[in-house]
Design a protein around this ligand. Sequence first.
Ligand code: ATP
Length: 591
Amino acid sequence: MELAPGPYRNGAETLLHGEFGIYPSKGTRYALSLTCTELHIQCLVPKPETDQRTVVALADVVGCHTLRSRVTTDCAAYFTVYAYPLKKRKVAMGSGRARQRTARTFQVDGADDYNKNQAVAEKWAVAIKCLVLGVPVSSETDISLSLLPRPRRLLLLLNPFGGRGNALQWCQSHILPMISEADISFNLIQTERVNHARELVKGISLPEWDGIVTLSGDGLLYEVINGLMERPDWEQAITMPVGILPCGSGNALAGAINFNAGLEQAMGLELLQNCTVLLCHAAVAPLDLVSVTMASGTRCFSFLSVAWGFVSDVDIESEKYRRVGSARFTLGTMIRLASLHTYRGRLSYLPAPDGPAHRPISRSITVAANGRLPLTRLPLHRAVSDMGLCEERQAFRHCGSEPPDDPSPSPGSPPPISASALHPQSFIFEPAPEEPIGAPEGGGMDTGMGGPPDDLLVPLGQPVPPSWVTVEDDFVLVLAIYQTHLGADLLTAPFACLSDGLIHLCFVKAGVSRAALVRIFLAMEKGTHFEQACPHLSHVPVRAFRLEPLTRKGILTVDGERVEYGPLQAQVHCGLARLITGVARLGGSSC
Ligand SMILES: Nc1ncnc2c1ncn2[C@@H]1O[C@H](COP(=O)(O)OP(=O)(O)OP(=O)(O)O)[C@@H](O)[C@H]1O
């Protein structure tokens, strides 16, 4: 193998260059070149008639493993690159897209000595893994194992009843194989009831985890965020990277993550695969949270939206059509359109000054009277984890023990995940003993909720400050949204960013025709609804708002979860949480 420091193609620096065989070997030889973004594979033997080159985008790669043959006389070493490129495929109703697993195994055989070949294979594997994880590598870098961070440990929380109830099946068939290839250690827990995830995260020992990932819709992540914020050490807890693998029906945050990564709008399995690939890439970005306070004094933290009127009506009323998946919203929309309601209310808001708001959050650890963090370390029994798998692979990789006859996992076949690893009853978790568990009806929580002070708000009983704007009117809908997506296929606020410090207050006033409303929602799929200049639709970027329903009955939701009906107010806290987005941006990091 030789290092080729010069530019390769399009000015991209070549980090590594080498000539290898392939497994299974048929005498074919390839030249491999690795740049920061791509792996170029050029066939050398047999010589192709044209300059045929396969380019693997590292954005589609999730991991790379080194392998050794069981045949002791084989002194070659091997490395396998796992990638999931998007492929067009024929589906029942036309054509769709899906990611297709490719596992290419290269044979390093330049030396007569296994150890020398192994060193080369490891160098390639480390370089590829560094690039996938966003660890900076250049042609000057001395590539060695020490560059790699230790494998991540993720707590996976799966709601078996989210969406159409596919989460467990998709987890086994798509998620676990991919994250195992990415060397992610996991502990998978199936939630058993409402607020179970919330209780779990209140009791975990933070240093044991590099992230908490929900496998469901947005509701489960809402529980996780609020569970973290309920902890006495919330300031520390909320810096825990959180992620979402969409198995729900709305999947709004997953839609936003997909959009943030520059990927084409996706639904269902394609969205899940996109988000799992991004999860493997580890990059974390700040995420705005909005503190919502209700008349009862209940306070909760929201990452998505507050909705009243048409949107919350459809969301809650369509719950009964859950079995049809995301189509429940289309069905609910048609039904709601047929009996369009208007709601009288008072909407007050503090307009945002021009430009994004990046107010630093002061963090100070809440310490108990004895000077220690007021949390007990609790046992999380690891009956549902991949520990066995990881240890096996580790031993195989570094000691060369138990090498397989066939070092290459056959393309398309995921690594073996034991079905018993997914047994629904196989974990025990003790909730934090010092705090009462459970929340008031409506998804909120008691006033003991931690979190930063809402310095822009005055108590709900008092008039809003004079700098606020108030609109009293009949509304068809009021939607405060802070992410781009209201559902995986609803690009409601295309201008929103994960941490712009803005609440995008959107409202539609009474008088809008049904046809105009349909046009707005149809255009929302592409995010072009504001271009229609509908006079009834308004958008104001704000820092805080107060909503006072003057109609006696109605539905209010926070992140799609129903909350108590009545006045509420909210303020944004810029970048309070951390979201696994998989794409490195300025100010981001890795989990
Ligand atoms: N085992 C369980 N049984 C019943 N409900 C559960 C269970 N686990 C979690 N939940 C609750 O299910 C609710 C809905 O879950 P979630 O929002 O994640 O899925 P969804 O509603 O299908 O998706 P979306 O919010 O994207 O529409 C959550 O509020 C959560 O509290």
